[in-house]
Design a protein around this ligand. Structure first.
Ligand code: GUN
Ligand code: ZN
Length: 446
C-alpha cells in the first residue's frame, strides 16, 4: 500500500444541489491496488500505517483526475483556426485534417500527440470523438491502452454533405462499429461510443444503424453534437422536415442515460425537458463556443430543467486540452450573463471538471472524486517555485482560495504528476529533447 500526502480537494457532493467542497489541508490517501482504501488527516493515517511508503505531495493541490466529456482525437493538429463559424471551420480547418487520418502512420502519430496532450493536461478520463477511419480508431485505443488513459470512443460516421472521403454507408458503419466494439469495448479501461458526427451529415438510415449498434453493444455510449450553431440548426430542421434537433437522435433510440451531446447552445424548452426525462448529459464546451462564435450557453436553463452538464474541451475548435481553462471560460461566461448567469464557485468549477464528467460517463462509482472506494485517478498541480501561480498558492487564504487561484492561473505546465488506478502515467512532452522529423513535418496544410 502507498500513503499519499497532500492538500486534497474534491467534490463528492454536487454543488448545484447544495454540496460543498471537501478539503483535507494536510490529507492522507491510502491506496491499495489502485483503490483508495482510507482517507483522512495525514498524521492520523500515518500513525496507523507507520510501515507504508509515503508519497509526499505537499505544496500545490491534489485533485481528482479531470474528465473531458467531448474531445476530438483527429483535431489535435487543427487547433487555433480563428475567425470562422462552425460550418466554414469544419470545411476549411477540421475536415481536411481529419481526412489525413486515412494514412495509418499519420493516424498513429496523431494518436500519440492526442493521448499525450490529454495526460499533460491532467485529464485521466475522456469521451473521445474518434476518426472516420476504423484503423485510426484502433490507433487511438491502442495508444490510450499503452499509456493507461480511461477512454470511451468510437468510429465517427457520416453519409452526406461532408467531403466524399469521409463518408460511409449505414451497413458499413454498423459492421465497422461492431468490429471495433468487439475489439475494444470493455477491454481494460476502454469502452465503445456510437458516434454519428451530427444530424446534418447523417441521414435517417445511418442514424438507425447507429441505434441498432447501440442496442447490440451492451453498455456502449452514444455521443454526437447538437444545437451548436444557428445555420447548422436551420439546416438540420430543413433536412428533417421541421424536427427539432434532439428528436432527430431520439427517434432512433439514441438518447438515454448513456448519451452525451456536445454544445446545446440553442435548445428549445421541449428539448431540455426531453433530455431531462431521458437522463442524457450535455458536454458544455465554452472555449469552442467562444472561438467559433457559436453562442452563449445557458447553464441556468440546463440546471433549472434538471439536465446533467459536464465540461468538454472540444479540441480542436476548443483552444487546448486543459479543463482548468474550460472551467474558467465557463465561469467568465456566466459572469458576463449577469442576472441570467449561473453563480459558480470554485467547488462548482471543480465539480464540472471532475465528478460531473464521471457522472455523465456512468463512471461515478469509480472516479470523479478521491473518496474511499474510488480508484486513485489524480492530478497533482504543483507550479514551478517562484512562478506567479506558486506565489498565488503560497499566499492563498486556504485550500478553497488556492483552488480559485488555480482555476485563474494554472495551465498544463503546472501539472506535475498524474495517476490512473494508482499508477503514475507519463506527462513529459513527447518531443522533448529529440524531435522526430516524421512527427512534425507531414502536415501538408502548413
Ligand atoms: N459538429 C460536427 N462536427 C463538429 C466538430 O468537429 N466540432 C464542432 N465543434 N462541432 C461539430
Ligand atoms: Zn465537437
Amino acid at each position: 500500500m502507498t500513503l499519499f500526502r497532500g492538500t486534497v480537494v474534491d467534490t463528492p457532493d454536487d454543488p448545484f444541489t447544495g454540496g460543498v467542497l471537501r478539503v483535507e489541508a494536510d490529507g492522507g490517501l491510502l491506496v491499495r491496488a489502485g483503490e483508495i482504501v482510507e482517507r483522512g488527516g495525514f498524521a492520523e493515517l500515518r500513525a496507523r500505517h507507520a510501515e507504508e511508503d509515503v508519497v509526499d505531495l505537499t505544496g500545490g493541490l491534489l485533485l481528482p483526475g479531470f474528465v473531458d466529456t467531448h474531445v476530438h482525437f483527429p483535431q489535435v493538429r487543427a487547433m487555433g483556426g480563428l475567425g470562422m463559424p462552425l460550418l466554414d471551420w469544419l470545411e476549411q480547418c477540421a475536415l481536411p485534417e481529419e481526412a489525413r487520418l486515412a494514412d495509418q502512420p499519420y493516424a498513429q502519430a496523431v494518436a500519440a500527440d492526442f493521448v499525450s496532450g490529454l495526460a499533460q493536461a491532467g485529464t485521466t478520463t475522456a469521451l473521445v470523438f474518434g476518426a472516420h477511419f476504423a484503423p485510426a480508431v484502433d490507433a487511438l485505443f491502442t495508444e490510450a491502452a499503452r499509456v493507461g488513459l480511461r477512454v470511451t470512443g468510437g468510429l465517427v460516421v457520416s453519409d452526406r454533405l461532408l467531403r466524399a472521403d469521409l463518408l460511409t454507408t449505414p451497413e458499413r458503419a454498423y459492421e465497422e462499429g461492431l468490429a471495433l466494439a468487439r475489439r475494444w469495448h470493455g477491454v481494460g479501461r476502454a469502452r465503445y461510443a456510437v458516434t454519428p458526427r451530427f444530424s446534418l451529415s447523417c441521414g435517417d438510415a445511418l442514424l438507425d444503424a447507429c441505434g441498432s449498434l447501440l442496442r447490440d453493444v451492451p453498455g456502449a455510449w452514444f455521443t454526437s453534437h447538437v444545437n451548436e450553431n444557428a445555420l447548422e440548426i436551420a439546416t438540420v430542421a430543413e433536412l428533417f422536415e421541421g424536427s427539432v434537433y434532439v428528436d432527430t437522435y431520439d427517434r432512433h433510440g439514441l438518447i438515454g442515460r448513456n448519451s452525451v451531446l456536445a454544445h446545446n447552445v440553442h435548445p428549445t424548452d421541449d428539448e431540455l425537458q426531453l433530455l431531462c426525462r431521458r437522463g442524457a448529459s450535455i458536454a458544455h464546451c465554452p472555449t469552442s463556443n467562444a472561438a467559433l462564435g457559436s453562442g452563449i450557453f445557458s447553464l441556468k436553463r440546463h440546471v433549472d430543467a434538471g439536465v446533467r452538464v459536464a465540461l468538454g474541451s472540444d479540441v480542436g475548435a476548443g483552444t487546448g486540452f486543459s479543463l482548468l481553462k474550460e472551467a474558467l471560460q465557463a465561469y467568465f461566461l456566466q459572469q458576463l450573463l449577469g442576472a441570467d448567469g449561473q453563480r459558480l464557485t470554485p467547488a462548482h468549477l471543480l465539480h464540472l471538471a471532475t465528478s460531473a464528467g464521471a457522472d455523465a460517463l456512468g463512471l461515478a462509482d469509480q472516479v470523479g472524486d478521491l473518496g474511499v472506494g474510488k480508484r486513485f485517478d489524480a492530478v497533482w498541480l504543483r507550479p514551478r517555485p517562484g512562478c506567479t501561480l506558486d506565489v498565488a498558492l503560497r499566499t492563498a487564504s486556504g485550500p478553497e482560495d488556492a483552488l480559485a487561484r488555480a482555476f485563474a492561473l494554472a495551465s498544463p505546465a503546472d501539472v506535475d504528476s498524474v495517476w490512473i488506478d494508482g499508477r503514475p502515467i507519463p506527462t513529459e512532452h513527447r518531443y522533448a529533447g529529440s524531435v522526430p522529423r516524421e512527427a512534425v513535418v507531414p502536415n501538408p496544410r502548413r
